[in-house]
Ligand binder design. Structure first.
Ligand code: ADP
Ligand code: ZN
Ligand code: ZN
Length: 689
């Protein structure tokens, strides 16, 4: 330390990606800082938020151009060492800058407010002493399988994979596990992650009901910046004992974390798809290890990665095969679409079954993974189709506002009156989306009548739920409420409606057209389809009294596909076994480790040239001898918004070798200059290959 008491501190700031994976920058300060402290520092011409990353550097050699810390954010306690380790790990594992990952993990307002603004905000915050909570007063008595799972969670180290059928009461296990964790000491905290926002209202209600409103904070992208900051501060200060959030919550600062729950751990939305492409599930497992917190992953259809880990003993498997109340899983019926008249959307047997439900006052849920009216509009006289001028994809026809919309770039236009190429006025929708399914159903069900709450007949009510219908604020909650209240007879939608919801009156679920996933080039497509169908089936018969008569219908041109055979038996282990054997033989994940180098450029040629150069520059890099680099190929949707997208697959039998290789490759990639390149990025453990 020099005479003035000035020291040099390593400070992490958000640095632009093009500067590569640089670590902390050095700033000088006389302030009594400590590792983890939040500071404002100058960066270029701006003043930005920084995090003191470590102890001050010993050397007192003056550094030319080293600038002083502007201010410390004194109202916020320093970020803990475990949090910093988690962030460091994530940055290095996912090949991103430390500053980028660290700052993105904080609520936006914390980054944007000046020291004074933040101080003012903090003064306005109601201080509160967290009352001890663990009232499980309103909890039902646990079933034996729930009890056993909980006992093992308490007695064994984990990580745990809770493999429980849909409706087996996993949420109740989470609630109890959280309660026990909080009882272990007066400051203990728990983190509960869920895949998507639309699952949160119901679950959040269950948690606040159990633990009290001020004990639980939500963390997801649907909150306002002010709410995000408030929740983050409450968790960071230890006032909030429970954080319930989406993938971003894995980075919540929680000083006394004891338990991490990852609900529906198989869900692809745990993988971030831009910036640092982290897997929140994988980071949760790591975070548990770093902080000595129990980790509990739950699913009725675990990811094959987690299933394999539970087979090999790396994870402890807890099984809950039975549904609550001895309810059975729905009977699965396959409709062979080869035997139906051409162009059949809904087979007559399925329609009849839906009609019967309506007349009994029960609900049906029908899903189709395509929103809009029709995926393509086509001219009946020439070759014209509604392709997107900017993407290698068709624009989808939305009938409600008569628009053609590209689901990749957002490009939208009114439907032309006549074919733009030949002037023919007869342009026709091809294929079907949820809007058309809804329209079609209301025609087909015209003769059917529902049962009103007074027992009197009334017209059938069909509702549609997809990304279009739930766009407005509160729209999703309102629609879910209608379904729960029994105001809807048939719910039509995308896979959004198949996940997690605890619908009590649904006794029939139908997948209208799930076949495309059977022939996808993505090796994970069957895994995802099976999970989707099992989850969808899980929405039916959740009321044990009706479970025996509940059904899951699947319309398919491939009724003899083994995936459907496993589905009929509700046999996840059988399905997983088959898939894992195939993957083992083919040396694919989880038996191999992958990364993708993605390149985006103005021309495909430029993108390819970049990847070729990247590939050629790998000779002699550490780890290169254990890594296979495949030929660059265009991505499935090869052009989006006039940008060409190409990718190169990197694979290795050993994760450490792949990591070593990627780390050595980064500076090489940063040094490559290819004209026309827009950007590139590495995706470690990619989900879509
Ligand atoms: P999962 O998450 O496994 O699909 P849930 O936790 O949503 O299942 O439980 C299904 C239903 O059973 C819920 O309505 C829940 O309140 C109820 N339930 C859970 N555990 C019990 C129990 N021990 N006794 C009675 N009802 C229960
Ligand atoms: Zn035409
Ligand atoms: Zn487009």
């Amino acid at each position: 330390m020099d005479a003035s008491g000035e020291r040099r501190w390593p400070v992490v700031v958000a640095t632009p990606a093009h500067r590569g994976l640089i670590g902390p920058l050095s700033y000088r300060s006389e302030l009594a800082l400590s590792p983890g402290a939040l500071v404002r520092v100058p960066l270029g011409r701006r003043e930005v938020l920084g995090i003191v990353w470590d102890d001050p550097e010993d050397s007192i050699e003056p550094h030319p151009g080293e600038r002083p810390v502007s201010a410390q954010l004194t109202g916020v306690a320093p970020l803990g060492v475990a949090w910093r380790r988690l962030v460091s790990f994530a940055a290095s594992y996912y090949q991103r800058g430390l500053g980028e990952v660290a700052l993105a993990a904080l609520p936006p307002q914390l980054r944007d407010l000046s020291a004074e603004q933040l101080a003012r905000r903090l003064r306005r915050r109601p201080g509160h002493d967290a009352p001890p909570t663990t009232s499980l007063g309103c909890a039902p008595p646990l079933t034996e399988q729930q009890q056993q799972a909980l006992d093992r969670i308490e007695q064994e180290p984990g990580p745990f994979l809770l493999f429980g059928a849909t409706g087996s009461g996993k949420t109740e296990v989470y609630l109890h596990a959280v309660s026990r964790a909080l009882q272990s000491d007066p400051t203990a905290q728990a983190l509960v992650m869920v895949p998507e926002i639309n699952l949160t209202p119901q679950l959040l209600a269950r948690f606040t009901e159990r633990f009290g409103l001020d004990q639980v904070v939500a963390m997801h992208s649907g909150l306002t910046p002010a709410q995000r900051l408030r929740g983050w501060l409450a968790a960071h200060a230890g006032e909030a004992r429970i954080v319930l959030g989406t993938r971003m919550a894995v980075f919540a600062s929680m000083p006394s974390l004891r338990l991490i729950v990852v609900d529906e751990e198989h869900d692809p939305s745990y993988k971030q798809q831009e910036g640092a492409r982290y897997s929140a599930r994988d980071l949760a497992v790591l975070r548990g290890r770093l902080e000595g917190a129990r980790v509990l992953l739950g699913s009725a259809t675990p990811s094959l990665e987690s299933w394999q880990a539970s087979e090999s003993g790396r994870y402890r498997r807890l099984e809950m095969p039975a549904r609550i109340g001895a309810g059975s899983l729905p009977e699965v019926r396959l409709v062979d679409m080869n035997l139906q008249p051409r162009q059949t959307l809904l087979s007559s047997a399925l329609l009849e079954a839906i009609g019967e439900r309506i007349q009994r006052g029960e609900q049906s849920l029908i899903f189709l993974n395509r929103r809009g009216y029709a995926p393509v509009l086509a001219c009946t006289a020439c070759e014209w189709k509604s392709s997107c001028p900017r993407c290698s994809a068709f624009r989808v026809f939305h009938k409600l506002d008569r628009s053609l919309r590209c689901h990749h770039c957002g490009h939208a236009e009114r439907v032309p009156r006549a074919c733009p190429d030949c002037g023919n006025v007869d342009i026709a929708p091809m294929g079907r989306g949820t809007e058309r399914l809804e329209e079609h159903l209301s025609e087909l069900l015209q003769g059917v009548q529902g049962v009103g709450s007074d027992g009197q007949p009334r017209p059938v009510r069909i509702a549609r739920m997809d990304a279009d219908s739930t766009r407005g604020k509160g729209a999703l909650e309102a629609q879910l409420e209608q379904v729960h209240a029994g105001e809807v007879d048939v719910l039509v939608g995308t896979q959004m409606i198949t996940k997690g919801h605890d619908f009590r009156r649904i006794t029939l679920v139908a997948a209208v057209n799930p076949d495309s996933a059977l022939f996808s080039s993505d090796f994970r497509a069957p895994e995802r389809l099976f999970a989707l169908l099992m989850q969808a089936a899980g929405r039916a018969g959740r009321n044990a009294a009706q479970a025996a008569s509940s059904q899951m219908w699947v319309q398919t041109f491939n009724p003899r596909h083994p995936l459907f055979a496993a589905l009929r038996r509700h046999d996840y282990p059988g399905f997983a076994h088959g898939q894992l054997e195939e993957r083992r033989v083919a040396s694919m994940p989880p038996f191999a480790f992958q990364a993708l180098l993605r390149a985006e450029a103005k021309t495909q040629q430029a993108a390819l040239a970049f990847l070729q150069a990247a590939r050629e520059a790998t000779a002699g890099l550490p780890g290169a001898e254990y890594v296979t680099l495949y030929s660059p190929v265009p991505m499935a949707v090869q052009r989006v918004a006039d940008i060409e997208r190409v990718q190169l697959l990197v694979e290795s039998d050993a994760r450490p070798a792949l990591q070593r290789f990627l780390a050595a490759w980064q500076p090489v990639l940063h040094a490559l200059r290819e004209p026309g390149m827009v950007r590139w990025a590495v995706d470690v453990d990619p989900l879509a290959v």
